[in-house]
Design a protein around this ligand. Structure first.
Ligand SMILES: [Zn+2]
Ligand SMILES: [Zn+2]
Length: 260
């Protein structure tokens, strides 16, 4: 089995202090590629540096909606500069999060739209963080595409919506990421969505150090190696052989991010 963890935060302190071991355990488990995702200026720089250290490790650079209040013209220049690095394969995570109000709605929308514009300019796909903001997120995307034209690719990370929302995402030609949340007992609605999303639109992520999948949910610090539990769970849901399933989602990930 060969999987790619397409959304992890390997620069966060819970994992960064033992990154060599984290990577070794991941490879031993069959998770042999990683996209480490930035959330603010400092994490973006760290993500690119880390990706440069490891083969098959890539970075995404973006400003998380929680940090949107600090988004300035300088941030735009910085993101464009980092995006020129060959290890940077996406802009994100960006989007809207109305669960917490670390940044207000208008700052979040402004930072989100600005990052879509960067993604278009540098021709990279976008990783969307969307929490309790589905309609507004779709509005921003729809408006952007109407005014500025198509984006190279859009993926909704940590999908935790309904099967109906998943269908809307697919209808727009966008992609869906599943985390370990799909393995949780109370995740019936997400499982229905997972059953429906075809593997050529589906990718897996840990979002580690958060959200360890069952049966490892008690582990406070999630890591890429544990993504195999999510893979096995979703393969079962889809009534697919785990190896075939892994091959399919890995192929989707490679083509979506243009990985070699
Ligand atoms: Zn997120
Ligand atoms: Zn994340």
């Amino acid at each position: 089995m060969e999987l790619i963890d397409t959304h992890c935060h390997l620069t966060f302190e819970q994992l960064a202090w033992e990154i060599d071991e984290v990577v070794q355990r991941s490879i031993a488990a069959g998770v042999t590629g990683w996209i480490t995702v930035g959330t603010d200026s400092q994490e973006n720089r760290k993500a690119v540096e880390l990706a440069e250290r490891f083969e098959n490790m890539y970075a995404a650079v973006g400003i998380h909606p929680h940090e949107a209040k600090d988004f300035t013209g300088e941030t735009i220049d910085e993101l464009k500069q980092l995006a020129a690095n060959e290890k940077v394969v996406a802009i994100g995570e960006t989007g809207l999060d109305f669960h917490y109000d670390f940044s207000n709605e208008s700052d979040q929308k402004r930072a989100f739209a600005a990052q879509l514009k960067i993604a278009r300019e540098v021709n990279l796909p976008v990783i969307i963080h969307c929490r309790e903001a589905f309609a507004d997120t779709m509005d921003v995307l729809e408006q952007f595409i109407r005014l500025e034209g198509k984006l190279r690719g859009v993926v909704f990370h940590c999908f935790s919506g309904t099967a109906e929302q998943a269908k809307t995402i697919l209808d727009y030609g966008f992609y869906i990421y599943l985390t370990g949340v799909v393995t949780f007992k109370n995740a019936g609605e997400i499982r229905r969505a997972a059953e429906m999303v075809p593997t050529d639109r589906l990718m897996l992520e840990t979002d580690c150090p958060y959200m360890s999948p069952e049966p490892m949910r008690k582990r406070k610090i999630n890591e890429p190696a544990l993504m195999i539990h999510t893979a096995q769970h979703v393969a079962r849901l889809k009534d697919m052989d785990p190896t075939d399933f892994a091959e399919a989602v890995t192929a989707t990930s490679r083509s979506f991010f243009g990985l070699g």
